[in-house]
Design a protein around this ligand. Structure first.
Ligand SMILES: Cc1cc2nc3c(=O)[nH]c(=O)nc-3n(C[C@H](O)[C@H](O)[C@H](O)COP(=O)(O)OP(=O)(O)OC[C@H]3O[C@@H](n4cnc5c(N)ncnc54)[C@H](O)[C@@H]3O)c2cc1C
Length: 414
């Protein structure tokens, strides 16, 4: 039976947004109640004022959590954040499509497997309202649903999943890989798969830190669509921005896409170009870049520049979703030892034997296995891998293929 989950807080409170996003992306059904003043606060939570630092309040079954951390939420719903085993055959970092698929295959093929995720099951794919090009789902499937199905499948086949567990570093310990989690826990494994994907590039605008989660967001806003009022802006011209615009347009009265390039056609799949063209409440402004955001307690206006006329335009709005570019999430790996390409993506397999891998050449006599990184026994799958195709299906395929290489590696070290 699913626990009843209720969240109470201020509409544009960054902590409440993070919890909404976390619950939504992890497939946990919840009821959101906006607390607009002290009377509401007393009525719903027993706290005297909305300024009480114990907001937002989360009620899970009979438990009440005040301004909870993600790890506290995970505990309260009965999921794991710390490893149960002293050592695993395979530790997979990142539970996007690549990591989930690797967990399914590795566990089903008898490897003791742990999957470690810092935020939500499904990764980028889990943030999208609808994936329409994934094989076997002719009507499309929401990212959260695909992720929660994959999670159930991985668990059923015997993988262990740690949620709200961020890997912050690691080292090689007597031939094993030791991952250090932000909780201070460690994970020991004979082989390691890095599937930590990419994250949207930060624009680093003035006031960004202050307004983040207060009307200014990175990502597709799947948890926020039902709350949006008035005119909403989506920044970006790629598939993720196009999907976000369509999803937001189903709720908001007007959605405006700000696109840096001269048209959507070169950056967006044709089915999305067609859908956007048919949506009466989506406007596309090409040759435009977001240059500023302003507001007090929350976002109130934005500034954008038109590249062809070099004009700066100011518009009142309380909602902006930024979906531009991606940066590989490699900070937690050892930059000294993993060979990367110029953009920071991790080189694997035969790419390591090319000149571009220098000064970190492949150290063994044998050739690297497919998807093996410059440290033998470390494998890489999905968007974070250099030269990968940035798609859900390819990430899933790479996760499965990496497990085949893990088996070869584990047999070679017996
Ligand atoms: C909004 C949006 C819509 C999309 N729509 C489509 C689509 O319709 N079709 C399609 O084919 N593709 C789509 N994509 C692309 C697709 O989602 C990605 O190619 C795919 O998710 C890549 O999978 P991945 O497993 O490599 O990485 P990711 O999905 O990026 O997952 C990586 C995971 O690693 C976690 N992580 C990162 N660092 C750490 C750490 N230090 N410790 C623990 N965990 C960590 C992250 O939190 C994340 O969950 C979309 C992407 C976005 C953003």
């Amino acid at each position: 039976m699913q626990l009843r989950i209720r969240l109470f807080g201020e509409m544009k409170c960054p902590k409440a947004y993070r919890i909404r996003d976390f619950l939504q992306r992890n497939g946990m059904r919840f009821q959101w109640t906006e607390i607009a003043g002290n009377e509401d606060a007393q009525l719903h939570t027993g706290l005297d004022t909305l300024q009480d630092p114990r907001f937002p309040v989360l009620k899970i079954g009979n438990h009440t959590l005040y301004a909870p951390t993600l790890a506290q939420i995970v505990h309260a719903v009965g999921w794991a954040t710390v490893p149960a085993e002293p050592r695993y055959d395979l530790a997979i970092y990142g539970a996007g499509p690549a990591g989930l698929s690797a967990a399914v295959y590795a566990a089903s093929e008898g490897l003791r497997t742990v999957l470690i995720e810092r935020f939500s099951i499904g990764g980028q794919a889990g943030s999208t309202s609808k994936i329409e090009n994934y094989l076997g789902f002719p009507e499309g499937i929401s990212g959260a649903e695909l992720a929660s199905r994959a999670r159930d499948q991985a668990l059923r086949l015997g993988a262990e999943i740690l949620l709200a567990a961020q890997c912050v570093g690691g080292r090689i310990d007597d031939g094993n890989f030791l991952g250090l989690l932000d909780s201070g826990e460690t994970v020991l494994s004979r082989a390691l798969l890095c599937a930590t994907g990419v994250e949207y590039t930060r624009l680093n605008l003035e006031h960004e830190e202050r307004l983040l989660g207060r009307g200014f967001y990175y990502g597709a806003g799947s948890s926020e669509a039902s709350l949006c009022r008035g005119q909403v802006f989506v920044v970006g011209g790629g598939n993720s921005a196009g999907q976000a615009a369509l999803h937001l347009a189903s709720r908001a009265s007007q959605v405006t896409m700000l696109v840096r390039g001269p048209s959507l056609k070169s950056t967006l799949s044709q089915y999305l170009v067609d859908r956007i063209g048919l949506s009466p409440n989506i406007e596309v402004k090409v040759n435009c870049v977001l240059t500023g955001i302003e507001g007090g307690a929350s976002l109130e206006k934005i500034l954008y520049r038109t590249l062809d006329t070099d004009q700066e335009i100011e518009v009142d709005t309380g909602w902006v979703f930024v979906c531009v570019g991606g940066e590989p999430q490699t900070k937690w790996t050892d930059a000294e030892q993993l060979a990367r390409d110029a953009a920071g993506y991790i080189l694997t397999g035969i790419d390591l034997l090319q000149k571009k891998a220098a000064p970190l050449p492949w150290p063994l006599e044998r050739a690297p296995y497919p998807m093996e990184a410059s440290i033998p026994g470390v494998f890489v799958a999905g968007d974070i891998r250099a030269n990968s195709i940035k798609r859900c299906a390819t990430a899933v395929g790479e996760g499965a293929a990496a497990v085949a290489s893990v088996h070869r590696y584990l047999s070679s070290i017996h």
